[in-house]
Design a protein around this ligand. Structure first.
Ligand code: PSV
Ligand code: MN
Ligand code: MN
Length: 424
């Protein structure tokens, strides 16, 4: 199904008086609104194909109606999100959860929905049916060269799928590590992983990047072979200029200062991609901005500052993706909320008075520096984000429009109340 642009415009009409009032109020407080709106309109966040099906935890998965059963339907779902907010213009595929069969047909559906293909993700953290060798004791780190070879070949296969679809990056997340002291040699695990990654790196097309995602824990609980940003940076530096670190917000030890990590990675020119989500305890994969919105803002503040310092294009020079899941929400509603939260944090970061902040820092005026950041954070930027969406042809209120149009009900009618998502 597709949402008609005219439908969106008509419903926006009815909301315009209120919106204009709120927007005008906000405008009287800020002076760079037009520049911010332009940036917000350009910003696109990749939607993970795996967040469109039934989420869950290892304790169970709860079904919802109208779930996308094929890759084409997942792309259509991202198309719905993009039609509503105009900031979800790409999909990130996880292979083999999604195996593109007919490239031309898939690209056609993507084009009809104005969707591009973001980074492709390999999967060597599960054994697939019929797979000759097991990843139980790791993949790229494995003591057995044959297992490493199988994992390398899988990654090269994923790159090939990505090339066909027009992706420009491979994300490698490894579950590799150990559960108990003594289980492995840290040095051998690192060296094997580096050697394997180098082989994958050699298979990258000229204009591709590889993102090395780190994670401190889970499913291995004693050590992870790409366990933190230092280890990821080490791999990325040794691999070469096409290799970058990917930061997933849920992959740190509790209370890590992620904004500082982001600032330093950017400073080194080694930050490549992002997985947005939120968490209270671990890799909770909750809706972005739902638990720690101030942290999300502080991260964006460093992103904007660091990217500007390096003359980077906010919209295109980093891979922005969501990596969230949902146990109790309609996945499309959840994703609309995540995108909205990310856009709000970005808008707030664009509001920061950088000159005044620098002055406060030079004068060691700590209270003033804090005030400047908190002023931006406490500004209700929702009318600004809504205005950018409206100008791009999206909905002033995406979530209520989604409900008003009965999109879930229509999907259930079309796909059935018990349609099953492929993969995962
Ligand atoms: C691992 O926890 C991770 O964040 C990686 O990005 C995976 O690709 C994704 O989750 C799978 O759900
Ligand atoms: Mn992730
Ligand atoms: Mn994760």
């Amino acid at each position: 199904m597709r949402i008609d642009k005219q439908q969106i415009a008509t419903i926006n009409e009815g909301l315009l008086t209120d919106h204009n009032r709120r927007f005008a109020n906000l405008l009287s407080d800020i002076d760079n609104a037009e520049a911010i709106i332009e940036k917000l309109m350009a910003f696109q966040i990749g939607i993970p194909s795996w967040a469109l099906g039934a989420g869950g935890t290892r304790f169970g998965r709860f079904h919802f109606g109208g779930a996308p059963a094929t890759l084409e339907e997942k792309i259509e779902d991202v198309g719905l999100l993009h039609a509503l907010n105009r900031n979800s213009g790409s999909i990130s595929l996880h292979i083999p959860w999604d195996i593109p069969q007919d490239y031309a047909a898939i690209k056609q559906v993507a084009a009809e929905n104005e969707i591009k293909f973001d980074a492709v993700n390999s999967n060597t953290f599960q054994d697939q049916p019929g797979q000759p060798l097991s990843y139980k004791f790791g993949s790229l780190q494995n003591v057995d060269k044959a297992v490493r070879k199988q994992a390398i070949e899988h990654n090269i296969e994923v790159i090939k799928h990505g090339v066909e679809l027009g992706s420009k990056a491979l994300t490698v997340w490894l579950a590799d590590g150990s559960c108990f002291p003594g289980q492995l040699s840290f040095r051998n695990a690192f060296n094997n992983t580096l050697e394997s990654l180098s082989e994958i790196y050699s298979a990258l097309p000229e204009d591709w990047k590889v993102f090395v995602e780190y994670k401190a824990f889970e499913p291995n609980f004693y050590s992870t072979t790409v366990g933190d940003w230092g280890q990821s940076l080490l791999y990325a530096s040794k691999l070469g200029k096409k290799a970058y670190t990917l930061v997933d917000l849920g992959h740190h030890l509790p209370n890590a200062n992620i904004e500082q990590i982001v600032a330093l990675l950017l400073n080194e020119g080694k930050l490549g991609g992002f997985h947005f989500n939120d968490s209270k305890y671990g890799d909770d994969d909750l809706t972005a901005g739902s638990i720690k919105p101030y942290q999300l803002f502080l991260i964006f503040n460093e992103l904007v500052d660091g990217m500007d310092a390096r003359g980077m294009n906010h919209a295109s020079d980093l891979g922005w993706m969501i990596d969230a899941s949902h146990n109790v929400k309609d996945p499309l509603e959840d994703l609309l909320q995540s995108v909205e939260a990310i856009m709000a944090a970005y808008a707030q970061a664009l509001l920061v008075d950088k000159k005044a902040l620098e002055e406060a820092r030079q004068n060691s005026d700590v209270a003033k520096a804090q005030e400047i950041l908190q002023n931006a954070f406490r500004t209700d930027v929702r009318p600004l984000v809504a205005e950018a969406r409206r100008r791009a042809g999206g909905a002033l209120q995406p979530l209520s429009l989604y409900r008003q149009l009965g999109i879930r009900e229509q999907l259930i009618k079309q796909r059935g109340a018990d349609s099953q998502t492929t993969g995962l």
